[in-house]
Design a protein around this ligand. Structure first.
Ligand code: UDP
Length: 299
């Protein structure tokens, strides 16, 4: 392994976005150590990278401390359950990885004098009262609702990053990831896109929660990962939204997937989950101005 190449530590490296990020880092000549405890990630997502001598994997829970020998240039914290059913099933773990896990990863960055990047989320805006959401919006989160474990953990993670920057001069970055899709999402993770795709292909009804009038803006994973790397290179202390600046209703999304899959599935309305955000669209002015980032793929 070439010791003169920069090295990155990626928590959640076996997850959907984490695994694409590992790939992109390797492609730009960065050595990668991926960490994952497989609560929601999968070894399958990294199998194609294991023959690469620049890639290492360690099964580890970052909540228990992160001790790594050798130099580290970048620390990227992507570990967390991220779909509503998954964090609902693991609320304490979700809180821990956003708080204690973030603190441990920041401690690693501090010890190694590395740049730290936090994968935060559009969920910090909660059920937003400002639309579309710019980074300056402080959000509308219900701390005691079922999404509180994720939303508040990520808000706390952002506060941790800022505290380490202010107190320990760690070079930090924060990205806020809006809905993203692409290969390696778990079919069973419960999010709209994998649910609808699987249902359409199987000829089952597409389960639209509520009327389906709630909106999301949905980014393709390759666009997102390009944005992550741009923030790593050119970002500053301010959070950067990364997402699609165009929104669709959930009903339109279901109808589009039925059409693209040439499926005979129908739509079945189910109860809307508690605190499901009614509208969400990323304002990406900051990313465009700071990084020159925009989508190549889109929905
Ligand atoms: N949704 C839906 N049917 C499903 C799964 C999700 O109608 O089978 C809705 C969900 O209520 C939300 C939107 O799709 O309004 C996006 O949900 P997802 O779980 O993908 O992510 P979220 O943006 O809520 O974190």
């Amino acid at each position: 392994m070439a010791a003169n190449k920069p090295r990155a530590v990626v928590s959640g490296g076996a997850g959907f976005i984490g695994s694409h990020l590992c790939e992109a880092l390797l492609a730009r000549g960065v050595r990668v150590l991926a960490l994952d405890n497989f609560i929601t990630g999968s070894p399958e997502n990294l199998r194609h990278l294991t023959p690469n001598p620049e890639f290492e994997f360690r099964q580890a829970d970052v909540n228990h401390g992160v001790f790594i020998g050798g130099d580290v240039r970048y620390v990227l914290h992507f570990a967390s359950p991220a779909s509503p059913p998954q964090y609902d099933a693991n609320p304490i773990h979700t809180l821990k990885v956003g708080t204690i896990g973030t603190m441990n990863m920041l401690g690693l960055a501090r010890a190694k004098n590395a740049t730290f990047l936090l994968a935060s989320t559009s969920e910090v805006y909660g059920d937003p009262l400002v639309h579309p959401q710019p980074e300056t919006y402080w959000g509308n989160v219900n701390p005691i609702g079922p999404r509180g474990c994720y939303d508040e953990a990520k808000r706390c993670a952002e506060a941790y990053a800022m505290a380490y920057r202010r107190s320990h001069k760690v070079d930090t970055r924060i990205i806020r990831i809006f809905n993203t899709h692409g290969p390696r999402m778990q079919v069973s993770d419960g999010r709209a896109i994998p649910n609808f795709m699987a249902q359409a292909i199987r000829g089952e009804p597409l389960t639209v929660y509520g009327e389906g009038s709630q909106t999301r803006s949905i980014c393709y994973v390759s666009d997102l990962v390009r944005g992550v790397l741009a923030v790593l290179d050119k970002g500053d202390e301010l959070p950067v939204n990364l997402g699609n600046p165009q929104e669709v209703t959930v009903l339109e999304l279901a109808e589009t997937i039925i059409r693209l899959a040439q499926s005979k599935s129908r739509i079945e309305h189910k109860a809307l989950p508690v605190d499901d955000p009614k509208q969400r669209r990323s304002d990406i002015t900051h990313a465009r101005e700071l990084l020159g980032w925009q989508l190549e793929i889109g929905l």
